[in-house]
Write a protein that binds this ligand. Structure first.
Ligand SMILES: [Zn+2]
Length: 654
């Protein structure tokens, strides 16, 4: 399935205290605004977080927005968009519905003390969560059926919003947990039950939708796609990765998430917003360069794009917003053939320890690794321990990956079959205190005398001053070889900083004593004794990145893509086998922490004469700048990109 490439998610959460809802709606103007802005799909609203319906419901007339001037708003929006050749999937809210929360307290998610989950009713907002194990489900199903019946073949898709794993101790959840013998004092067990009930909800709801429409898209939004999504992935047609960099997710969330989501076998789109900040920021406009970066980065990772907006209550489309979006989507459209469809190249896999019962809990180790690897232009996916590693040349095991006997066996077999491993700290360490055999090291517990000072030397010292000591602030593990060789050594401080034992402002310096092994190598496995990825997340020491880069090249030789541009360059390589080509996507936009709350991109950062080398199994014959169509010199996979003005694609034919 190919997703519609240029989408809008048109929020319409609209208060009953505002008059004339849809009074300025004009079918022709509505459709034209999107068409002119190069939009290919608009998600329009059936029921919003306030709980109101935007169509003439026969089953729930009391739920129709009381001030709806245009009674057929939803249907007219869908038909106007279809008339213009634009798709129009439909939005239905699930766990947030203010009308239901106010009128059906028995439908609310309850905590153990009986209070409801989410915000207080005395605060403005619709953030009181509802439980789909209650009578609320019957209402949701009936309302969904009504939308399916009303739109028939005109239904392009359903977007169910706020469908998260939220532990609940309401009367019906308690009843079912009791029947199942679940200990309600065990938080993990209660959470696992919540995950089970959400999976069951999605299965039921998808079956309902499929009764009416075998082909429409179905998506359940939890603000994150990850291991929490995997058990119920078959209930989705595709994934929409909500990730507004200015709305709390930050610029690192999308790349870290899509690298996992794209391994689940469904097409993905990224979702950002036109807002300067986040949802509901009606009268704000994201800087064009920021919107370009966010949309183009999705494309460069093989994804379609959705931009969030909110329609004003009178139903008119904001011309300033669509002028902005049009400028971005026009460029997107010119470039999308070089990314959609495609297979992202991934030579390395990074293991995630994300808990499948909790949404959006990306660890510092994972985020630090992603930041570092993105800066190194490494082409990689994020995988969980259940997935197949055999397609990757190298597997990274960050320090927070819990070890199990199964994982150890899998890692040993992977190495036996020629796979390489880069492990850090306690990554892969089992409860019995042992590492997988392939590591060739033993763990003697956490290092008490720290920090360590790595002494730059040998293959890992490339780019560092030979013999200089480089601090790793976080405590590492005390490792001893049981077969592995020393790749890098370290020295200890005079003493650990503790109580009255201290020196100067920070840590005790190196005692210049004997060195001891700190990084080990054992038949294709490199083990760092430090939590090197969490360290990079904490304060990004450049030497940590260089050490990892050197370890990677030591293990697998040259990386698939190498360049002499700055570390801020975003580099993605896509494979389009049907066209016998790869496409390299270079993005030069730099988020700057200009404010206390969010990172800002205000302009493109223009680069000149960036040297790139791409190594793929096929022999590359031609390099062409796209969408300009200008050929550039190519020799042994190497070429010089004359200018990168924000976004440059290089088509590489074989
Ligand atoms: Zn419940």
């Amino acid at each position: 399935m190919q997703l519609s490439p240029r989408q809008i998610h048109l929020d319409f959460h609209t208060s009953e205290h505002i008059p004339g809802i849809g009074s300025a709606f004009d079918e022709k103007a509505f459709a034209k605004a999107f068409k002119d802005a190069h939009v290919s799909s608009v998600t329009v609203f059936a029921r919003c977080h306030h709980g109101w319906l935007y169509y003439p419901s026969k089953r729930f007339p009391d739920r129709i927005h009381p001030n709806l001037s245009e009674p057929n708003l939803l249907l007219k929006q869908v038909r106007a968009l279809h008339e213009a050749g634009v798709r129009a999937p439909v939005y239905i809210t699930v766990q947030w519905d203010y009308h239901s929360a106010e009128n059906h307290p028995e439908w609310l998610i309850r905590k153990a003390d009986g209070s409801h989950e989410g915000d207080s009713f005395t605060k403005p907002g619709f953030y009181q969560s509802l439980c789909v194990n209650t009578g609320y489900y019957d209402f949701l199903e009936a309302q969904t059926r009504e939308v399916c019946e009303m739109l028939g073949d005109e239904l392009d898709g359903l977007f169910f919003d706020i469908v998260g794993i939220r532990p609940c101790l309401c009367a019906s959840c308690r009843r079912e947990m009791e029947q199942k013998g679940i200990d309600m004092n065990d938080e993990t067990a209660v959470r696992a039950f919540a995950a089970f009930t959400m999976k069951r909800f999605k299965e039921k709801m998808s079956a309902v939708v499929r009764e009416y429409n075998p082909n429409c898209t179905i998506f359940y939004n939890a603000g994150h796609v990850g291991p929490c999504t995997k058990p119920s992935k078959d209930t989705y047609s595709h994934f929409e990765l909500e990730s507004l960099p200015s709305g709390g997710w930050g610029y690192l969330h999308f790349p870290a998430t899509v690298r996992y989501a794209r391994t689940l076998g469904k097409p993905c789109l990224g979702m950002t917003g036109k807002f300067h900040t986040s949802w509901g920021d009606f009268h704000s406009y994201k800087n064009q360069a920021a919107l370009e970066f966010e949309a183009f980065r999705m494309l460069s990772m093989g994804c379609a794009c959705s931009i969030g907006d909110q329609l004003e209550p009178d139903g008119h489309v904001n011309p300033t917003t669509y002028k902005l979006i049009g400028k971005v989507y026009r460029q997107f459209e010119e470039r999308e053939a070089f990314a959609l469809p495609s297979r992202p190249v991934a030579e390395v896999a990074l293991l995630t320890a994300e808990n499948p019962l909790v949404e959006n809990q990306l660890s510092d180790a994972l985020l630090g690794a992603c930041q570092m690897l993105d800066e190194l232009a490494l082409q990689y996916n994020v995988v969980d321990t259940e997935m197949d590693f055999s397609a990757y040349r190298l597997l990274i095991v960050p320090e927070d990956i819990p070890g199990t006997a199964e994982l150890a066996e899998k890692l040993n077999a992977y190495v036996k079959n020629g796979g390489k491993i880069l492990a850090a700290g306690r990554g892969g360490l089992m409860e019995n205190g042992r590492y997988p055999e392939c590591y060739g090291v033993e763990n003697r517990g956490k290092r008490a005398l720290f920090p360590d000072f790595l002494v730059a030397d040998g293959p890992l010292g490339e780019g560092l001053e030979s013999g200089a000591e480089y601090v790793i602030y976080l405590a590492g593990e005390e490792l001893a070889s049981c077969g592995a060789e020393t790749l890098l050594s370290a020295r200890a401080p005079y003493f650990a900083r503790e109580g009255r034992l201290f020196c100067s402002h920070r840590y005790t310096p190196s005692a210049k004593g004997e060195t001891y092994p700190s990084v080990f190598e054992n038949n294709g496995v490199v083990v760092f004794s430090h939590p090197i990825f969490g360290q990079y997340r904490a304060n990004a020491p450049r030497w940590c990145k260089l050490l990892v880069k050197n370890a990677l090249t030591h293990l697998i030789g040259s990386l698939c893509v190498e360049h002499d541009g700055p570390s801020t360059l975003t580099v993605n390589l896509l494979h389009q086998p049907e066209q016998n080509r790869y496409t390299l996507h270079l993005l030069s936009y730099i988020p700057v922490r200009k404010s206390a709350e969010i990172d800002i991109i205000e302009e493109r950062t223009k680069l000149a004469d960036v040297q790139v080398r791409v190594r793929v199994p096929e022999t590359l014959k031609k390099a062409v700048l796209q969408p300009e169509g200008r050929e550039i010199a190519l020799e042994n996979g190497s070429f010089t990109v004359p200018v990168i003005d924000g976004y440059q694609i290089i088509e590489l034919d074989y």
